[in-house]
Design a binder for this molecule. Structure first.
Ligand SMILES: Cc1cc2nc3c(=O)[nH]c(=O)nc-3n(C[C@H](O)[C@H](O)[C@H](O)COP(=O)(O)O)c2cc1C
Length: 404
């Protein structure tokens, strides 16, 4: 077991071919937002209280109405089959062992039914909506039948952000067997033996609902080019008709849109810029967290993601008003470095760090973890005000190639 998430990241970097690593790690354009996500956490200082009995501490909470051992969700990430075989099942089991929900992406490389068969834990479905709404309706019906509890509607991806690294590493779906790609794979023999020899992972979940056969080309087109860019707030009503469980809107980036989400009776929002993979230059979700908490109706929940790499990051998010965080890249580093055990270890490390952080802050329960445990480090964590008006997404006629 490595010492921290950064060590798992380094091991993942060594193990994966460049194309898979850049898919996992890369941000959009100049990665300004990706760096900003981290900087937001680093700019916050703690104000620990002392001489408090912290011999017994509970990190337990509820997320979307279900018990969780600590305030985190293993977030949805597409194409996980690039890192190890049976990746989604491995993540679901690791999350369940850690007492956390696991959110399965529409772009998953295992069937949601197989993920349910692998784990009895709390499973959430992340939804991308294609132009043919019957695809999303079918995925939702299958997920209900498989006892998925909560829906995350991702709204920050009408088109795929500009990711320069795809051009550098030559990553396309389907893979184009250029000399560069062959060299990349040949120089990563451990990955080739464990993952590569089995072929390119397929977007089987989407393929089943879209009634597509095997073949990553048509699957990638369904995910990218056929994304429904007309989706707007009115469609929450459509969603409600097909999903009786909790609905969270993922990819909210302003206080104004959080307010709109609650007005449309979302059960929660995920403040997220997709880990800096979409609009480069977007603000950090942490910067709007406190203001969003101030307008959140009773019973609704805020989750936040982007840049969580330490248990102390989770404490900062909770102290600013989040019910929990979504973990994006961190468990994937573990998965790539050590398959299911690696993901399991990353989650155990983050939980341990979070537990230590709570004790050092003088908090014995999540309820005690409030903004009084933080200090405005030169005003740096003062949240930026959200936009004052709601904006509608303008459909752009851009061909997206590789989403998620
Ligand atoms: C490799 C990768 C694939 C992702 N795929 C999806 C996806 O399919 N659906 C989605 O809603 N978000 C997706 N995300 C965004 C994550 O759910 C999450 O918002 C983000 O990773 C959080 O930032 P972090 O990676 O810095 O923790 C993806 C992120 C990564 C790194």
């Amino acid at each position: 077991m490595f010492a921290n998430v950064a060590d798992y990241r380094a091991a993942a970097r060594r193990y994966l071919p460049d194309f898979a690593w850049s898919y996992l790690e890369g941000g959009a354009e100049d990665s300004i937002t990706m760096r900003r996500n981290r900087a937001a956490y680093e700019s916050i200082a703690f104000a620990p209280r002392v001489l408090i009995d912290v011999s017994t501490v509970s990190t337990a909470t509820t997320l979307a109405g279900c018990q969780a051992s600590w305030p985190a969700v293993v977030g949805p990430t597409g194409l996980n089959g690039l890192y190890c075989r049976g990746a989604e099942e491995a993540l679901a089991r690791a999350a369940h062992a850690a007492g956390l929900p696991f959110a399965l992406s529409t772009a998953s490389t295992s069937l949601l039914e197989d993920v349910r068969a692998a784990s009895d834990g709390d499973l959430w479905l992340q939804l991308y909506v294609q132009q043919d709404r019957r695809i999303a309706e079918d995925i939702m019906a299958r997920a209900q039948a498989a006892r998925f509890s909560t829906l995350l509607l991702t709204v920050d991806t009408p088109v795929t952000g500009q990711r320069d690294h795809y051009a550098r590493t030559g990553f396309t779906l389907p893979l184009r067997w250029t000399r560069r790609l062959l060299w990349d794979i040949a120089t990563h023999p451990r990955w080739l033996a464990k993952v590569g020899v089995h072929g390119v992972p397929q977007l089987v979940n989407l393929a089943r609902s879209a009634r597509l056969g095997p073949g990553i080309e048509a699957q990638a087109a369904a995910l990218g080019r056929q994304m429904d860019t007309t989706l707007d707030w009115r469609d929450i009503v459509w969603l409600r008709k097909h999903w009786p469980g909790k609905i969270f809107i993922k990819g909210i980036q302003t206080v104004a849109d959080a307010a709109l989400a609650f007005r449309h009776e979302a059960d929660g929002v995920v403040l997220s810029n997709h880990g800096g993979r979409q609009l480069d230059g977007a603000q950090s979700p942490l910067d709007i967290l406190a203001h969003t908490a101030a307008i959140t109706p009773r019973g609704a929940e805020i989750l936040v993601d982007g840049g969580i790499r330490r248990g102390s990051d989770i404490a900062k998010a909770v102290a600013l008003g989040a019910k929990g965080v979504l973990l994006g890249r961190a468990p994937l580093y573990g998965l790539a470095a050590g398959a299911e055990n690696g993901a399991h270890d990353v989650l155990a490390l983050l939980h341990k760090e979070f537990d230590i952080c709570m004790r050092l802050l003088g908090c014995t329960s999540i309820a005690e973890l409030g903004a009084d445990r933080l200090c405005a480090h030169g005003g740096a964590f003062e949240p930026l005000p959200g936009a004052t008006h709601a904006t509608q997404a303008v459909p752009l006629n851009i061909t997206a190639t590789i989403p998620a």
